[in-house]
Design a protein around this ligand. Structure first.
Ligand code: PMP
Length: 361
């Protein structure tokens, strides 16, 4: 025991526990617990990563210019308004470190991503939880919770683990209503899967106090390399860059992410498969008495009759070598979050859940 106290707030943080990734004694596990891309990364990203190996002894570029240029080209954005981080996790951290401190409030919603609360506490600020309604962000409740002490407002859109989405009108109302003394952060980690959604770009362009967060971990299948990015007013980007470690992204991560974002054909193919299989899986489970809301990300939140039933189904899935995510910690003890895998995994998970429900009937 050192007896040395950490900063206030740190010991209030609950350890983040990631999705289970293996089952002891099995090497045939179907992993549908972390919303990863079942098709893996683009082959072009893998080639770029291998080609970057000869630069391993060199420090990476500090400005991420090539990656920001590629993201800018693909999304039609000014690269000077983009920041890249070690996953979008790191950018959530930057925002809290730069803009929130003791006495400040950071709003997040009931079922929102746990890093918002962790980063707010790490910065010494007070996290303020706002209830959701029917598994959706409640815009009125979020606006009602804003006070003069509010510095950051985090929402996830599409939501995780809900897979629901706000309409453009709801998002615009939120953007208009958040006071100009606070920053609205639209975490669009799953934006690609919500066809037709711009992730909040138009809102960032319309107002200086809005930040959009994106990631290479989901649609681009690069979760293991840890690359995320944010789009915001130049002033906010400049502020965050001041605390960013100069070499935060590695040489292979930068190379792979640049190739991945440029390979539009690959990502479009993955997204088309996700859309098709997501509908198929939701329909298949609903037919067996396990409903879910229309999904807008690469997972569905499958609802069971009770916590016991969800736990028993989770156990049956594990027995069959399938890992999904229990989401009691996110407020849904009676639900399982199931990543939409490839066709064979979707059929397998539907078969096991179907069998489980029939056995209980
Ligand atoms: N936001 C949301 C809503 C997420 O679900 C995740 C990943 N679980 C992240 C951000 C972080 O993504 P990454 O750090 O891998 O970019």
């Amino acid at each position: 025991m050192t007896g040395i106290q950490p900063q206030p707030g740190i010991m209030d943080i609950k350890l983040y526990v990631g999705g289970q990734s293996s089952i002891e004694g099995r090497d045939d596990v179907i992993k549908l617990s972390s919303n990863e891309n079942p098709f893996g990364p683009s082959p072009k990203a893998m080639e770029a990563l291998k080609r970057s190996a000869h630069l391993m002894h060199r420090y990476p570029p500090t400005d991420h210019a090539a990656l920001r240029a590629a993201i800018g080209e693909v999304h039609g954005l000014d690269p000077d308004r983009i920041i890249c981080g070690v996953g979008s996790d790191e950018i959530i951290h930057f925002l809290c470190q730069c803009y929130a401190g003791p006495g400040d409030e950071v709003i997040y919603t009931e079922h929102g991503f746990s890093m918002y609360k962790i980063s707010a506490r790490a910065a010494g600020a007070s996290p303020v939880m706002v209830s959701e309604r029917d598994r959706r962000v409640d815009v009125d409740a979020v606006l009602a919770a804003c006070t003069p002490q509010t510095r950051l407002v985090f929402i996830t859109n599409p939501g995780n683990p809900t897979s629901t989405i706000l309409t453009d009108a709801e998002l615009a109302r939120l953007a208009d209503g958040v006071p100009s003394t606070a920053i609205l952060v639209i975490d669009s980690a799953y934006a690609e899967f919500a066809r037709g959604y711009d992730g909040g770009v138009s809102l960032v362009d319309a107002k200086p106090n809005i930040v959009m967060l994106r990631t290479f971990s989901k649609a681009y299948g690069l979760g293991g390399l840890r690359v995320g990015w944010g789009y915001a007013d130049r002033e906010i980007i400049d502020v965050m860059n001041r605390i960013r470690g100069p070499f935060n992204l590695s040489v292979p991560a930068l190379a792979a992410a640049e190739a991945a974002v440029r390979d539009r054909a690959f990502v479009e193919k993955c997204l088309a498969e996700n859309t098709r299989l997501r509908t198929w899986l939701a329909d298949a489970l609903a037919a067996k008495g396990v409903p879910s809301d229309p999904a807008h990300a690469n997972f569905i939140l499958a609802r069971f009759a009770s916590e016991d039933e969800a736990a028993a189904c989770d156990a049956a899935l594990k027995e069959a070598g399938i890992l999904v995510r229990r989401v009691g910690g996110y407020g849904f003890p009676e639900s399982l979050r199931i990543t939409v895998g490839d066709e064979a995994s979707c059929r397998r998970v539907a078969h096991v859940i179907g069998g489980f429900m029939e056995a209980r009937a």
